[in-house]
Design a protein around this ligand. Structure first.
Ligand SMILES: Nc1ncnc2c1ncn2[C@@H]1O[C@H](COP(=O)(O)OP(=O)(O)OP(=O)(O)O)[C@@H](O)[C@H]1O
Length: 383
């Protein structure tokens, strides 16, 4: 087992595309880290760079203290002693399960008896005891993925790299394998880097989640930190479906740009210096109240059932507010006034211009169909 340390790692592809930008990340021995981010954010590139399939153009990578990339050093993937599992069950169909799992042991010239013992041991670990002679074609998707995991574990890797390893599986099998994977890696004290597009999976499994965008780390922290203290609007929106609204602070109050929303300093966290910035409102911090009379209100444009509460989108004055609503599920078309219980404020220096949302970005396609909203300024609640 080993730590993985990336020091100012950068990567530019041959066509000039920047794949990774100044990545500083230390993954502790035995830590389970999930890499998340939008499509094209650099998750797979980062994993493949750690694995050694891609050489960084800047910076250095150490695994267990050993320099594997940088400073004119490059250790080939097969010599990094890492296990990898991909989304596709990369199982050789013409070999039985034992042949698949024991392949790298054979390459390492281990004697037949030692190989058989190790194969039996890892098959037991992944819940496939006694399946050595099975033809992969007769296995279920979940069993094939367990074979891939057993193969990755067979050589006692220093760390396990998972690239969407569970994504091809259907629920509830996926949820079960997710739990088993976590239990197994914890029991083995394995260092794990897990790339996933599934935010909930990342938050549920990882000791630490790293959010990437444009090849850069936007935030790294425990699941709790990322959800309750997102460092920037992008993270709040990406991980927690926060509604992000640009505006400015004047005299401690937030005034939304191109929207009637006003919030007082009691309702916003963050640095309240006068100037431009954005607020991020988490779905659980919005309360819906039945609209009274002709005052400002929004209209429900989507309402999905959820275990923790309904996932409701209310279009108010051209902006879609994503809300978590406990109790009765609101109906599409219902009118509500919106109360913002709490919002996070980010001055523009924490909101890079490329990430700064425009009000237009949040406009619901159905907004034009909804009734014209009254546009009176509000303090806390619009009625
Ligand atoms: N060989 C390559 N040459 C040029 N650009 C590349 C190459 N491989 C990846 N990229 C680009 O690098 C960026 C990061 O890609 P990467 O596959 O790491 O993203 P990702 O976060 O894993 O995305 P997804 O979730 O869609 O798999 C993308 O813009 C991609 O187009």
């Amino acid at each position: 087992m080993s730590s993985i340390a990336l020091d100012s790692v950068g990567l530019r592809f041959a066509d000039g595309t920047r794949g990774l930008d100044n990545i500083d990340l230390t993954i502790a021995d035995g830590e389970f880290v999930a890499l998340v981010g939008p499509s094209g954010s650099g998750k797979t590139t980062l994993l493949r760079t750690i694995a050694g399939f891609i050489a960084p153009t800047n910076g250095g990578i150490r695994i267990g203290g050993e320099l594997v990339a940088g400073d004119k050093t490059f250790v080939q993937p097969e010599h990094r002693r890492l296990g990898m599992v991909f989304q596709q069950h990369a199982i050789w169909p013409h070999w039985d399960v034992a042949g698949n799992v024991g392949y790298s042991l054979k390459l390492a010239k281990q004697p037949r008896a030692a190989r058989a013992a190790r194969v039996a041991e890892v098959l037991e670990l992944v819940g496939l005891a006694g399946m050595e002679k099975r033809n992969p074609a007769t296995l279920s998707g979940g069993q094939r993925q367990r074979v891939a995991l057993a193969r990755a574990l067979a050589t006692a890797p220093r760390a396990l790299l998972l690239d969407e390893a569970l994504s091809a599986l259907d629920e509830p099998l996926r949820a079960r394998l997710r739990l088993e994977l976590r239990t197994l890696t914890r029991a083995m004290g394995l260092t794990v880097v897990h790339v996933t597009h599934d935010r909930d999976e990342a938050l549920a499994l990882a000791d630490r989640v790293v959010v990437l965008d444009h090849g850069r780390i936007q935030q790294a922290g425990t699941p709790e930190q990322l959800v309750t203290e997102p460092s920037q609007p992008f993270v709040a929106r990406f991980l927690s479906d926060a509604t992000v609204i640009p505006g400015k602070i004047v005299d401690q109050c937030f005034t939304a740009a191109a929207h009637v929303l006003r919030l007082s300093s009691d309702e916003i966290d963050g640095n309240h210096v006068n100037g431009c910035g954005s607020i991020a409102i988490l779905p659980g911090d919005i309360r819906l109240h039945p609209a009274a009379g002709a005052g400002p209100h929004g209209i429900v444009v989507s309402s999905l059932f959820g275990r923790e509460g309904s996932d409701v989108v209310v279009c108010w004055d051209g902006i879609d507010f994503r809300c978590l609503v406990p109790g009765r599920r609101p109906a599409v078309g219902e009118k509500f006034s919106i109360e913002i219980a709490h919002a996070l404020y980010y001055p523009d220096d924490t909101t890079r211009s490329s990430e700064r949302p425009s009000a237009e970005l949040s406009v619901s396609p159905r907004a034009e169909e909804s009734e014209t909203m009254a546009k009176e300024p509000m303090q806390k609640r619009a009625r």
